[in-house]
Design a protein around this ligand. Structure first.
Ligand SMILES: NC(=O)c1ccc[n+]([C@@H]2O[C@H](COP(=O)([O-])OP(=O)(O)OC[C@H]3O[C@@H](n4cnc5c(N)ncnc54)[C@H](OP(=O)(O)O)[C@@H]3O)[C@@H](O)[C@H]2O)c1
Length: 249
């Protein structure tokens, strides 16, 4: 099959592209660095010629509320239009568990807008909603740091390794469209303050982690279950310890 991966040079996209190539598929790993821009539309029609599956794992260069909303609205509108014109059979997109649970969060609003455009497109689709990546723990700790203190929510996190995410996305691209949502998550669930504390300790980072139910997560207060899935998600195999050991090796 011919597969076009939008965001094919990114953390997830590069792994999805590699997996699908190894399985013998024709893969275009598309992004601005090879002249394909989902926001302006440049190069999309050419890349999608005779494609069977479009996988969107792109991400906005800016996480500012309006910028990220415009990114996902414009890019998804362009991809849906070009996908229809090219006659693709399956639109696969990577989203976030809980997109509909945090309306106060600009990034989640933008992901929900992306999902809605895909759902209304008429193209058979699979939306893969993932929990936070283990690779995202640094960003969570960074944005919650003041001086030497990391103040994070006590809401649950069930982080998943990027390699596991990519495996599930590749699997979804090769399967029949669900025309629905598939949720995926990591194998362990912890209060955010505990996983951030364990992660920093295992890395030898001496910052003090404080759990605070009122602490905001990228601008939103969390309920205990805001970021985790109770929809019988598929679970990745990589634990925090295994992931850190692999990184250190
Ligand atoms: N981080 C998390 O914990 C988490 C959790 C659940 C879901 N997700 C979702 O996972 C997806 C992938 O994230 P990631 O971490 O793999 O992203 P990433 O590493 O930042 O990669 C983003 C990709 O998008 C491309 N891109 C940016 N602007 C583009 C444009 N205008 N047209 C085409 N390509 C463009 C980039 O390449 P160029 O710069 O070359 O264009 C790059 O290949 C995102 O949609 C995110 O919402 C993330």
């Amino acid at each position: 099959m011919k597969m076009v991966i939008i965001g094919g040079s990114g953390l997830i996209g590069s792994k999805v592209a590699e997996t699908l190539k190894l399985k013998g598929h024709e893969v275009i790993a598309a992004s601005r660095r090879n002249g394909i821009d989902a926001v302006t539309g440049e190069g999309i029609a050419e890349a999608l010629k005779n494609a069977d599956v479009l996988v969107d794992v792109s991400n906005s260069p800016s996480f500012e509320d309006q910028a990220v909303l415009e990114f996902f609205q414009k890019s998804t509108t362009n991809l849906v239009k070009a996908g229809k014109e090219a006659g693709i059979h399956h639109f696969v997109a990577l989203s976030v568990v809980g997109t509909d649970r945090l309306p106060g969060n600009g990034y989640f609003r933008a992901k929900l807008a992306q999902e809605t455009i895909i759902r209304n497109s008429g193209i058979p689709y699979t939306i893969v909603r993932a929990t936070q990546f283990l690779e995202f723990l640094d960003a969570i700790a960074y944005t919650a740091t003041t001086g030497d203190e990391v103040r994070v929510s006590t809401g649950f996190l069930q982080p998943i390794a990027a390699s596991d995410v990519a495996g599930f996305v590749a699997e979804a691209a090769l399967a029949k469209p669900l025309t629905g949502i598939l949720e995926i998550a990591g194998p362990e669930r912890f209060p955010m303050n505990e996983v951030v504390k364990d992660y920093l300790a295992l890395k030898g980072d001496s910052r003090t982690v404080v759990g605070d139910p009122e602490a905001e997560y990228f601008g939103s207060k969390l309920q205990p279950g805001s970021l985790v899935s109770d929809e019988n998600p598929k679970l990745g195999a990589t634990t925090l310890k295994k992931w850190l050991a692999e990184k250190a090796a």
